[in-house]
Design a protein around this ligand. Structure first.
Ligand code: F6P
Length: 333
């Protein structure tokens, strides 16, 4: 019940790039609401669905069929005008009010958090839940989808290595993550691969030096994992042109593999399913208590909630630079 003793009415959206585990957040939400006698709704296609009033009651028996799917059955999306045009946001707030939604749960990444905060500034009540393969939400140490994506990338790299070890070859593997190097770093450390991130941008000569060193040690396949959106921008050469020069100089077949959207699909891992359920459980508990405009997340293995306003301005404490340097030295062995 809300303060006026009316039955509580909550809605959920998934926003931004899909990430495996979003379905589990939606299902967890629907189940928890059913258990707490809360009316549960979702809007299709993220913020766009709110502005178009594309609202639907949660049908638990339908939703739970998607427990093991890496998509989000309620759709997700990016709506740039939501960030830039206050009238778009006002329309969303109007639709939330019209539907009597007491609180909106936003499941998404950093951009979605900004959108949620802007909605709260217009009077909507919101709670943000972190979900993105990038792990780039500063207010949490973990985002739903990261683990599945990491497993997906690690598996693909096994397969790529099969090819390149057969040809004594070199592969520059570009990994998604936007500006955040977490996927690259966790892949690199876990799979013993040299990492190239914003902390250690290599020149073509540096790649060649590493290749020569590794070949002199008798290494067959040589992989580099490289965070996307570094090469081919800011006057840096493309990975394709670096690959050509490596091949021309060393005589070893050198190719680029862009893993791309494959890494954003796949059955959600047990960890992502579990964390999705913990986080929505916390979010619904907060809404039940009449506590809004929070960001839930994970800090030192605890489920926590902080002010959304603080969440969207937080800077990240990270050991990433240290990890890249330390494990790259190890990976050269
Ligand atoms: O945020 C998830 C993500 O997959 C990023 O890693 C990537 O840069 C981006 O989305 C790609 O999505 P889009 O094609 O929508 O920009």
């Amino acid at each position: 019940m809300n303060k006026s003793n009316k039955k509580l009415k909550l809605a959920i959206i998934c926003s931004g790039g899909n990430s495996p585990g979003m379905n589990n957040a939606v299902i967890g939400f629907a189940k928890k609401c059913a258990q707490c006698n809360i009316d549960a709704y979702y809007f299709l296609w993220g913020y766009k669905g709110i502005t178009n009033n594309d609202i639907h009651p949660c049908n638990l028996r339908y939703l739970e069929e998607f427990t093991n799917r890496g998509n989000t059955i309620i759709g997700s999306g990016r709506l740039p005008s939501f960030a830039t045009d206050v009238n778009v946001r006002k329309k969303a707030v109007k639709n939330l009010k019209k539907n009597g939604i007491d609180c909106l749960l936003v499941v998404g990444g950093e951009g979605s958090y900004q959108g949620a905060y802007k909605l709260s500034q217009l009077g909507a009540k919101v709670i943000a839940i972190p979900a993105t393969i990038d792990n780039d939400v500063n207010s949490t140490q973990y985002t739903i989808g990261f683990d599945t994506c990491l497993n997906q990338v690690s598996k693909l790299i096994n397969d790529i290595t099969d090819c390149f070890s057969s040809h004594d070859g070199i592969n520059l593997i570009e990994i998604m993550g936007r500006a955040c190097p977490d996927l690259t770093i966790n892949t690199g450390i876990g799979s013993n691969i040299y990492m190239v991130t914003k902390y250690n941008i290599l020149k073509t000569e540096d790649f060649i030096k590493i290749v020569k060193h590794c070949k002199s040690q008798g290494k067959r396949a040589i992989n580099f994992v490289v965070t996307e959106k570094i090469y081919g921008t800011n006057n840096l050469p493309t990975l394709a042109s670096i690959a050509k020069k490596i091949e021309a100089t060393t005589g070893h077949m050198t190719r680029v593999t862009t893993i791309g959207y494959i890494q954003r699909g796949g059955t959600p891992s047990a960890r992502d399913r579990l964390i999705a359920n913990y986080l929505v459980d916390k979010a619904v508990d907060l809404a039940k208590q009449g506590v809004f405009n929070k960001a839930v997340g994970i800090n030192n293995k605890q489920i926590v909630a902080i002010e959304l306003k603080r969440a969207v301005t937080m800077k990240r404490k990270s050991h990433n630079r240290y990890l890249v340097n330390k494990f790259n030295k190890i990976n050269l062995q």
